[in-house]
Design a protein around this ligand. Sequence first.
Ligand code: 13P
Ligand code: ZN
Length: 283
Amino acid sequence: MKDILAAPSVTALIRTMSNMYAKGWDERNAGNISLRLEESELADYLDLQAVDRRLPTGFSAPSLDGMYFLVTGTGKYFKNAADAPARDLGIVRLVQGGSSAELLWGFTDGSRFTSEFPAHMMSHAARLRVDPENRVVLHCHPTHLLAMSFVHDLDEAAFTHTLWQMCTECVMVFPDGINVLPWMLCGTNAIGEATAKKMETARLVLWAQHGVYGAGRSLDECFGLIETAEKAAEVYLKIAHLPVVNTIPDEGLQQIADHFGVKLREGYLNKGLSQKIVHNSKK
Ligand code: 13P
Ligand code: ZN
């Protein structure tokens, strides 16, 4: 057997966690990641018949039955994952309609997957229905998106439009926009179900006054998605209290989408708060 610590998915996950920590998105134990793996990716590294422990999940996810996930542990610090991957990460196989997970590797200190496992698994199921190549669900607490959720209208179209206006690249990176959940108790099946519902129409879901979820085909793509939205939120917070005199007009946003061949979320133009700021400042 090859060394699992050298498996590309494990090294990529650890690199992503370190980068997220460096960005300031994952203080203490904040954040969690799940990466769907193919059996063929694991066969050279693990005896897939050797189950260490069985972990009840507390929910059912029949469409994920038999799937493998590399996932971060609850209470683990992203800062430290590189020092003790076998302690802080785990590889599980969902069984019994998703109601149980077989631990194949990791969580060597007896711990278990993230408390947000319901939101992760339900989001995987939702994204896989939309995009069979989706592999990643990633949650973190990026400062500016979090801050923006205190001061901006949480209407999804308005929030999305404002982010789109903050950097030219935004409409290319998340033409599907960002969906928004009001503040809810985290770590529950209820927030998992609500997040998964929002994941049906967008790869970004804001948890107001908490953080953000992203989904994508690779860790890099998902990291970049959140990085772009977070950058836009940072720009917004830098200008929100100033008289804005220039902006990207909606025709410009549409031009970018047309030029780069992406389809903007229907009905989301002419919705941003910043549009009003621009309008008022010209009076
Ligand atoms: P976990 O440590 O259980 O992953 O929780 C961190 C978090 O961000 C909760 O939303
Ligand atoms: Zn969180």
